[in-house]
Design a protein around this ligand. Sequence first.
Ligand SMILES: Cc1cc2nc3c(=O)[nH]c(=O)nc-3n(C[C@H](O)[C@H](O)[C@H](O)COP(=O)(O)OP(=O)(O)OC[C@H]3O[C@@H](n4cnc5c(N)ncnc54)[C@H](O)[C@@H]3O)c2cc1C
Length: 546
Amino acid sequence: MTNNSDHLVRRGWTPDGGQDAILPPHATRWLASRTGLDASPTPVAPDSTLTVPESALPEQAYKALTQVVGERHVLTGRDDRLGRSGGLSYLDLLRHRGTGEIAVPDAVVVPADPAEVQQVVEVCAANGIGLVPFGGGTSVVGGVAALRGDKAAVVVLDLVRLDRLVSVDPVSRLAVFQAGVVAPEAERLLAAHGLTLGHVPQSFERATIGGFAATRSSGQASSGYGRFEDMVEGVRVATPRGEWRLGVAPASAAGPDLRQLVVGSEGAFGVITEVTVRVRELPTVRRYEGFVLDGWDAGATAVRELAQARVLADVTRLSDPHETDVALALSGGWKTALVRKYVRARGVLEPCLLILGWECTSTEELALRRRATMRVLRRLRPVSLGTAAGESWRHGRFGGPRQRDALMDNGVCVETLETATYWSTLATLRTEVRAALIGSLSAPGRTPIVACHISHAYETGASLYFTTIVPRDHDDPEGQWQRVKAAACAAISDSALGTISHHHAVGVDHAPYLGREIGDLGIDVLAGVKQTLDPDGVLNPGKLIR
Ligand SMILES: Cc1cc2nc3c(=O)[nH]c(=O)nc-3n(C[C@H](O)[C@H](O)[C@H](O)COP(=O)(O)OP(=O)(O)OC[C@H]3O[C@@H](n4cnc5c(N)ncnc54)[C@H](O)[C@@H]3O)c2cc1C
């Protein structure tokens, strides 16, 4: 079928289910002493042991779908369906390790182009079949779970064959991509024109242009390049009511910006088939540096002052003392020991690692921008760790997911969650979410690690990204995480201080909390849009709005 064979393994980031991910012995020992982990291996269950129900796709719908895309591209085999079951959240990965029930689609449909996508959508609507758009399948909020809702069957629509750069307008700095282009390929295609998108989330290696638009994604260089919604200039969308195209000018006063209804619609309003994005000149000079500030307040103040002086580096990332400590402990080695000693000798009691990265098109631009940043930063007396620390972060920035596989293999419950708020409430929100996480994760013999960083900064506020590590409750692994997630979401929602998601989207996991953020009226507005575009409710059942 397609060449996207690693889609077939949903249980881990690495194609072999985590075999490439290694947790060095010193890291395992440190985790054991810090958390109580007994390091009993919990290997991935073989696919053959997982329960996959027979396909319930009605014969009539199967025939109609094959008439659109051809028999080769309607996949009803067990492995193909299992391969498109769910995303990459901790719960998804657990389920593919044999814990809990996997929502398996009745078929996987792989259309060739936007016209075929439109027809597939219409066939599903006519036959009352649920349809789940599937890009890179990296959702961590249940966004690609093959839920049936009230439908007789559900198919996954895999966008892998929509893999073209349709056009480039170098004068306006615009590019049109088909939705299934994965990020590294998008960058490769743009580099041939001397251009870049500059969207680099940690899921970069797998996620797609359509997925970014559908989830309001935010990349590691968002301080310089903006969030993905800032990059979207136009969309082409397949809906049960027909094709919808939006975006004719860089700015418009022609009523509300309807593109923003599509961006973040998570497949519930239509299938995005093409995205017109703003692109920039390809950087030729880069510099990444590490600094240490003493304590969270000093670190957050530094990032705020950089943002408000509008001199943020393209990548600006601040780890709290806990995340800094975990990063140093897991790296180990004599170099790390030296860093700890050096920082202590400089009088820093609670080191917070700040990574700054500039991506520029000339050495002059780099010097100018760096000077402006440093002028503000120096006032806060950071300890410089130089480019080695910055380059080390850049080098390992996609490694987290692989380490997650290794941690899971060692019996760890490891997951992340994120929010955002204004500067004046950032410290309070961090404290409240941290307390909720620690309270719900702690148990006799299990001491959690809760680490946090700012990865996206704005003039008015910032994101907070939490990572939790705790020994797995082998008696109730799903329940363990569900209770933790509920406690954290309640802390965010009940306090009304932050958003339920800064960039992971709503999916299934955050849907119960959306109403508290946008109000009943907001939910009614979204339901009205859905009713207009998808009157039979076939698009991505159970996501965004319930
Ligand atoms: C290890 C890891 C790190 C991550 N890091 C980041 C990060 O740094 N920043 C960030 O923003 N996110 C991050 N994510 C979350 C995820 O990668 C993003 O949500 C990403 O935008 C999803 O893209 P995708 O192509 O994989 O979409 P999928 O996971 O396939 O789909 C996501 C949602 O969008 C819908 N969808 C997908 N394609 C389309 C389409 N063409 N039309 C309509 N709907 C569609 C799906 O139905 C689903 O609801 C991370 C995830 C993982 C696993």
